[in-house]
Design a protein around this ligand. Structure first.
Ligand code: AMP
Length: 430
């Protein structure tokens, strides 16, 4: 018996439907905010994908040689592909440029709850603006997706890479030392991160600032930012970062969007290319991020293009599905007004097919009974499929241009004129 490869999943209808539902809401939001879809290949050159991702992701890529001896890999994230496209084909497009991509990604992670080797993301990137309103838009858009899906009690962990960078740069740490600190912080290995800073000869004052900073977090965003401001007052660039984050959160508040935010000064995301605001969405008690993003103004430069500021977010579709399932939020099922059309006798089958088309034309999902079963068994099957209606097409009724319409849940039925069939179903399902 063949099995799926470790870490790969089959999605059966209920899960597949939920996944597509989250994808659909993500797509609707992309349209509402003016993000245009691009489709890039699942397979890219290893060099492109490895170029600017984190060490951790690089080591976990599915990498192989194709038959033409090219070193290729399955994409572990969208960002490199989008950057490639922006550098090569979209560089002359007017800005801002809002791009949306959705699809599967591959990482050889250790399979566990919420961590799969094949997973889906809906990705939004806004190129061309370095202004706080662009950051605010990405946060508000993420909030809208989760809200529209009916998720409850979700929060945003928010930070700014410029705070830490401002301190570490002024303290003389080079990029690679800063990356090490950031990656340790991302894994919440605070003591180890401070050790790296110590080894890099950070001043006593710098060390104390870092220690204090790592403890600074809280839900009253503007108050926490004031504390951070006080803490980093000797570091000019860190102060600019605090002001930038302040402005972003102030804009969101002013727009009337209520975000449950936890500001965390020591929050770091593993990816090396972030340059400004960073965030993750999550549900307390579910120890996994549902999505994450931030600002990466240097990204396009890193991929060889003219500098273009950018801010974006990746929504983890699988994890959003997990969170919705845990909260028992189900989407309105498509089956709500679905119809099964059953022909009583062979000679009525052509009419049954004709009627099924008629119903589909007004948007009703229709399945035709194709197993040649008796009416009672066909009805039992329709029940099992959660059909809302059965249309029973028999010779006697057809003589009068009628069929039997059965409401499956109530178990009641009536004979209706074919000319009034769609009307009878649509008015009943309101
Ligand atoms: P990242 O690209 O690592 O910033 O991840 C962005 C989002 O993608 C995360 O917040 C998760 O929701 C999702 N994600 C990342 N890795 C996985 C994985 N192995 N399995 C499922 N979802 C993932």
């Amino acid at each position: 018996m063949f099995k799926t490869v470790r870490g790969m999943r089959d999605l059966l209808p209920v899960d597949a439907e939920m996944m597509r539902h989250v994808e659909m809401v993500s797509r609707t939001i992309s349209k509402l905010y003016g993000y245009e879809e691009i489709i890039t290949p699942v397979l890219e050159s290893y060099e492109l994908l490895a170029a600017k991702t984190s060490e951790e992701i690089r080591e976990r890529m599915y990498t192989f040689k194709d038959l033409g001896d090219r070193k290729v890999a399955l994409r572990p994230e969208f960002t490199a592909s989008v950057a490639r496209l922006v550098v090569n084909k979209l560089k002359n497009e007017p800005q801002p440029m809002r791009l949306f991509s959705v699809g599967s990604l591959y990482r050889y992670d250790e399979p566990q709850y919420g961590r799969f080797r094949e997973f889906w993301q809906a990705n939004y990137e806004l190129f061309g603006s370095d202004r706080p309103e662009a950051d605010a838009e990405i946060l508000i858009l993420t909030n809208n997706i989760l809200k529209n899906l009916g998720l409850k009690n979700y929060r945003f962990k928010v930070g700014h890479t410029g705070i830490l960078r401002g301190i570490l740069t002024q303290e003389g740490l080079d990029d690679s030392q800063q990356n090490s600190v950031r990656q340790l912080l991302d894994k919440k290995l605070w003591a180890e991160a401070l050790d790296i800073a110590r080894e890099a000869d950070i001043s006593q004052k710098g060390l104390e600032t870092l220690e204090r900073l790592l403890e600074t977090k809280g839900e009253d965003a503007l108050q926490v930012l004031s504390q951070i401001r006080e803490c980093v007052k000797n570091y000019e660039n860190a102060l600019d970062a605090v002001d930038n984050l302040w402005r972003i959160l102030e804009l969101i508040k002013g727009s009337g969007t209520h975000l449950e935010v936890v500001v965390e000064a020591g929050f770091a995301r593993g990816l090396e290319y972030y340059t400004g605001m960073i965030f993750e969405s999550y549900v307390p008690g579910l120890d996994i991020a549902l999505g994450g993003g931030g600002r990466y103004d240097k990204l396009i430069e890193l991929f060889g293009g003219e500098p273009i500021p950018a801010v974006g977010v990746a929504q983890g579709i699988d994890r959003i599905v997990l969170a919705l399932t845990k909260q028992k939020v189900s989407q309105k099922t498509a089956k709500e007004n679905s119809v099964v059309v059953i022909s009583v006798k062979n000679e009525c089958m052509a009419k049954a097919l004709e009627l099924s088309n008629l119903l589909r034309k007004v948007g009703l999902p229709v399945e035709v009974a194709v197993m040649g079963r008796s009416i009672s068994r066909a009805l039992a099957d329709a029940n099992r499929r959660s059909a809302a209606y059965a249309v029973i097409v028999g010779p006697k009724e057809l003589e009068e241009e009628k069929v039997v319409l059965r409401e499956m849940k109530k178990g009641t039925q009536q004979t209706v004129l074919i000319s009034g069939l769609t009307e009878a179903i649509l008015s009943g399902s309101e």
